[in-house]
Each structure stands twice: as structure tokens, then as C-alpha cells.
Design a protein around this ligand. Structure first.
Ligand code: IMP
Length: 422
């Protein structure tokens, strides 16, 4: 069986930390979608690590890490990640396996991303500009360059044809994008050389075999359900399926082989980039969440927008993914709020609804809140469920009742050790 671990909001829920906490129970950690638009932060032994493409199990001796076919890899960023890991004495060649079917992000994909966003003006998606959208466009358009192509001499011809086409497309956008392609290509080729040192595999075959041998596999999602290309707040989404089904297509896991579905959410809500966010706060409460929660993008450094927990959106994510267990992150950030608000329904076109309508844009919905008592206690040193304040237990019980799924982990700080199991 393969367990899934998914973000249920707009990303940045803390998946990296939880994968790191759970890795001891798994033999294989596999990424199945997204690319270096992700920034998975792990903290232990006083050091903070940010991973973009490499699965979050890389620091554990027991785990093999697989970058699946659904992932898009930028060799330049990948090389930087590997360089950062070089001081940790990790046997990368045997611990990190790359799917031959994963697609490559070219320097011109990044440029196209920038050109597209610039051309959109105010309507921009707020992309991380890592070339994600253009790379998935080439994948579905059947033009992409894949890791496995690097094993054939013809890859350079394919590369040239694609990059030339991209240059013509960049011209078509007719926006002011400055770039030195020669310099970008030099970096790209260094990245490719580094990538070629790694072990390429037919990852679906590897995952079939591992299942047959009874290995424990965790599929690690990136971004969050509300950024899913189909089910998210389109068009303000990323270009992959971030929901449970993405693990089937992004790793070759059959639906009947999926075991537990672990859903991660923050005790409040954040979003980075553009797009609707019904419970967003523009007041002191939102500023406090941002400050205490250190809400800045791990990939872009952009400040994240903050707001109350939105149970309408969370319930939707629980349903789309078939979540079996919940993990609530950053409970410590809510310490000190006198009252907490939780959105349980939306006012929409004069009605009260409890599902996510087709469009959330503009003022389409107004949140309906339930108010709850806050807690003052600092949670960051707490290690057992028995010590949690009553008001927090009431908050948890309310969410469990509304979502009908147990909350098994409450995270009270960024460190591995600040994790309470219930
Ligand atoms: P892209 O995937 O870089 O094109 O970005 C599309 C949207 O998804 C933007 O709003 C980004 O801010 C958002 N996004 C992409 N990756 C992440 C992530 O890992 N965490 C949070 N937001 C993300």
C-alpha cells in the first residue's frame, strides 16, 4: 500500500516537516507532482533546510527518495539543492532515484513564465516564475524533454528545437524580458551534468516492485488542494494535480493500492500569489498571524496573505482527496488571540451554502463565521496531548466534528520535536 501526504489548503501547510517526522516509518518517500515552485522546510538539530525538488525523506538513513514521473525538474535548481546537501554526508547516488519520465524545465520555460505573467498585467497568477506552467504545457502538448532523453545523444537536438521555438514564443508576447540565453544555457548544462551523475529509474516499475516486496511507501504532495489544476481556484492555481489522484498519475500507483490519506492543514489559512481568498484578513489579526507564523514564501520570500480557517474549503479538500487522518500545523501561532473565528459556510447570491461554488472571485462569497474562545498558553514547549489547553481541545473537537476526520497530529513549532501525537 502507498500512503499519501497532501496539503489541503493553498500550499505551505508544513508538509516537509511532517514527512520528515514520519519518514522513520517508511522505506520510500516519493514526490509525484510539482517542481521547484515548492519549498519544503525542515528543521532539526538547530538547522533549517529548504528542499524544492528532493523529497523530504532525504535526511533519514533508512529512506530511499524517489522523484516521480509527475514531477518537473529544473537541473539548475536541482544542482543547487544537491550542492547544499553535499556537507551532510548523504549517499545521494543510492538514496535519491529519478524517474526517466520526469520532464525537464528549460531556461526558456522560465523565461516564458515571466513573459506570460508580464503580459497578463494585473490578472497575473502570481507564479513563482520557475517555469512550471510552460513545462507542463509542453508535457501535455507532447513536446517536452524528459530525464530519460538525456541517455540518448539526440537530446541536444531536441533541446535546441524546443528552446528555439520558445524564443519565438517569447517574441510573440512582445514584452520586455531581458535575458542572456548563453549564460542561462551554460548553467543549464552544468545542471544536466550533475543530474546525469544520479540514478535514473523506471519509477513506476520500481514502485510496483517495492509494493510487491511489502515496502512502506509515502507519496509526498507539493502545493495544496486549492492550487490543483482541476479542483483549485482556477486560473489562480499551479499546473499539476496536487490532489490524491495526482499520486496515481505521478507515480503509477493504482487507486486500489492507496492506503491512508494524510491531510495537512494550518490552524488558520495562508495564500501566496494572486487569487480569491474568502477569509483573508487585512487587519491586525492577519498581520499577527503573518509575523508570529513567519509567513514568507520558502521559495520566493514573498509575504503570505493570512486569514481565518476556512472549513468550507477544507471540507472540499477532505472530500476530493478522501482524507483519512488530519494533521493540524502551527497551532502555536494562534496562542494569544482572545477569540478565534472559523468559517463554516458562505453567503452566496443571497443563500447560505456550505460547498465551494464555481467562482470565488471578487466578492462572490462572504464567509459566515463561528466564534470560539482562544487560548493564551505558549504551546511551543508542550510535548503531550494531555497538556494542551482546553480552548485548543475545543477548537480541535469542533474541527473534527465539522470535517468528520480525526486530527492525529498537532504541530506546535517548526522543529521535529514540536509535534504532538493524539
Ligand atoms: P506556479 O506553480 O509557480 O506557476 O504558481 C502558481 C500559483 O501557485 C501561484 O499563486 C503560486 O504562488 C502558487 N504556488 C506554487 N507553488 C507553491 C507552493 O509550494 N506553496 C504555495 N504556493 C505555491
Amino acid at each position: 500500500m502507498v500512503d499519501l501526504l497532501l496539503g489541503l489548503q493553498w500550499g505551505d501547510e508544513g508538509k516537509g516537516k511532517i514527512v520528515d517526522v514520519l519518514t522513520k516509518d517508511f522505506d520510500i518517500i516519493a514526490r509525484f507532482q510539482g517542481g521547484p515552485n515548492a519549498g519544503h522546510t525542515l528543521e532539526f538539530d538547530g538547522i533549517k533546510h529548504v528542499l524544492h525538488t528532493i523529497p523530504s525523506g532525504i535526511f533519514h538513513e533508512n529512506a530511499i527518495n524517489v522523484v516521480g514521473n509527475g514531477v518537473v525538474i529544473d537541473p539548475v535548481i536541482f544542482k543547487k539543492e544537491l550542492d547544499n546537501l553535499s556537507k551532510f554526508n548523504i549517499d545521494i547516488i543510492s538514496k535519491l532515484l529519478i524517474s526517466r519520465k520526469a520532464h525537464l524545465i528549460l531556461p526558456t520555460h522560465r523565461l516564458l513564465d515571466a513573459a506570460s505573467e508580464t503580459a497578463k498585467g494585473k490578472a497575473k497568477i502570481g507564479s513563482t516564475l520557475k517555469g512550471i506552467g510552460p513545462t507542463y504545457m509542453d508535457k501535455t502538448g507532447r513536446n517536452g524533454l524528459r530525464v530519460g532523453d538525456l541517455e540518448f545523444d539526440s537530446w541536444k537536438t531536441k533541446y535546441r528545437a524546443l528552446a528555439d521555438k520558445h524564443e519565438a514564443m517569447i517574441d510573440f508576447y512582445n514584452v520586455d524580458i531581458q535575458y542572456d540565453l548563453e549564460e542561462l544555457e551554460a548553467e543549464f548544462h552544468e545542471g544536466i551534468a550533475k543530474l546525469k551523475e544520479l540514478t535514473f529509474i523506471d519509477s513506476e516499475e520500481y514502485i510496483f516492485k517495492a509494493q510487491a516486496e511489502g515496502k512502506k511507501i509515502l507519496a509526498e504532495g507539493a502545493q495544496g488542494s486549492l492550487l490543483d489544476i482541476d479542483f483549485g481556484t482556477y486560473p489562480y492555481v499551479t499546473s499539476s494535480n496536487t490532489t490524491a489522484a495526482g499520486a496515481c498519475t505521478g507515480l503509477g500507483v493504482a487507486p486500489n493500492k492507496i492506503g491512508r490519506v494524510l491531510g495537512i492543514f494550518k490552524a488558520y489559512t495562508t495564500r501566496v500569489g494572486s487569487g480569491p481568498f474568502p477569509t483573508e484578513l487585512f487587519d491586525e489579526d492577519g498581520a499577527t498571524m503573518g509575523r508570529v507564523g513567519n509567513e514568507f514564501g520558502a521559495t520566493t520570500g514573498r509575504p503570505r496573505r493570512c486569514g481565518w480557517l476556512d472549513l468550507v474549503a477544507l471540507r472540499y479538500a477532505v472530500q476530493v482527496n478522501g482524507v483519512t487522518e488530519l494533521m493540524m500545523m502551527k497551532a502555536d501561532v494562534l496562542s494569544g488571540f482572545k477569540t478565534l473565528k472559523v468559517c463554516t459556510a458562505y453567503k452566496y447570491k443571497g443563500d447560505t451554502i456550505s460547498h465551494l461554488p464555481y467562482s470565488l472571485e471578487g466578492d462572490a462569497v462572504t464567509p459566515v463565521y463561528t466564534e470560539m474562545q482562544g487560548w493564551a498558553e505558549d504551546l511551543t514547549k508542550m510535548t503531550t496531548a494531555a497538556t494542551l489547553p482546553k480552548a485548543l481541545n475545543d477548537y480541535i473537537a469542533f474541527l473534527e466534528k465539522e470535517l468528520n476526520v480525526p486530527i492525529k497530529i498537532v504541530s506546535v513549532g517548526p522543529d521535529r520535536l514540536q509535534t504532538i501525537h493524539r
